[in-house]
Design a protein around this ligand. Sequence first.
Ligand SMILES: NC(=O)c1ccc[n+]([C@@H]2O[C@H](COP(=O)([O-])OP(=O)(O)OC[C@H]3O[C@@H](n4cnc5c(N)ncnc54)[C@H](OP(=O)(O)O)[C@@H]3O)[C@@H](O)[C@H]2O)c1
Length: 324
Amino acid sequence: MEHRKLGKSGLKVSELCLGTMTFGWTTDEKHSYEVLDTAFDAGINFIDTADIYSRWSPGNPGGVAETFIGKWMRGKPREQIVLATKVRGRMWDGANGEGLSRVHIIKACHDSLRRLQTDHIDLYQLHWADADTPLEETLRALDDLVHAGKVRYIGVSNYPAWQIAKALWLSDKHNLESVICAQPHYNLVWRAEYERELMALCAEEKIGVIPYSPLQGGFLTGKYRKGAPMPKGSRGEGNERMTRFVNDDRNMALLDAMEKIALEHGKTIPQVAIAWMLANHTVTSAIIGANTAAQLNDLLGAITFHLSADQKKSLDDLTAWQLA
Ligand SMILES: NC(=O)c1ccc[n+]([C@@H]2O[C@H](COP(=O)([O-])OP(=O)(O)OC[C@H]3O[C@@H](n4cnc5c(N)ncnc54)[C@H](OP(=O)(O)O)[C@@H]3O)[C@@H](O)[C@H]2O)c1
């Protein structure tokens, strides 16, 4: 496992980051610990979570993924883990139960620290933008948390390039802590959001890039095929977006090409999807998700080979229509 500097900072993170969005949703507590152990044993030192995970699953109040991670970390060397979480989503009732106001951020941070059973968060990320709160207020709250020793570094997720540029400018102007990384949605069937503007900004400003959903929630495993029933128990079952991906013939042609490349290397389709992402040199670490240790062990095979330049280009070309 390679470890890389995250953006301009001195923080070193593994080239694969373990995402935990399914903990308490499609991954129960026992399997969550198995996945965490497998990741840690493989050299993954970087864990991504969020306070809201997985609030959308029935009976889950939010905070469950953080709680599992907190329990798991009790038996682990904290200093060897780079723990990233996020703030923004609704976590309690009332007008300030969500958002990026000073009031919401400070309480949400303390709540996360309690669930995670730690005295600091290594990377605290704004989950998505809040049009109701001035960016300067948000940055000042984060700056205070850094100076209080509760947060080490700050980052953003789902932010468009112009808002990151504005955040960098405000931090510069007011001498506030600056964001070191961006967490965009990015993969072979979701290219435009990152590649159109954000990629150039991140390269120019040396912002670390930690894309999420490299398999598009499982679509880029090849297990969803046109005309075939959705695999039972998978995240795609009954999911409208997944149905749209499956019904697009361009995506089916892509999966065929990925399968061919996978066979050439003796690899799997999901490994090819992740290898494609890591072949983009603006990407620092890919945030992967797995429900079981077996799935994760498959994904770990993505870092043991490289796509040839021709293979990378063929996948770029097959998906270039997204950038038109
Ligand atoms: N910032 C944000 O707004 C945001 C949004 C989404 C995600 N994230 C982060 O990114 C992480 C990863 O996102 P993601 O879970 O959407 O990633 P993903 O890599 O696109 O999808 C992971 C899913 O693919 C399936 N899968 C994984 N390995 C497989 C294998 N070897 N064979 C077959 N199926 C396999 C599993 O679902 P099934 O078994 O159910 O098919 C798994 O839950 C999250 O945990 C979270 O930390 C952030």
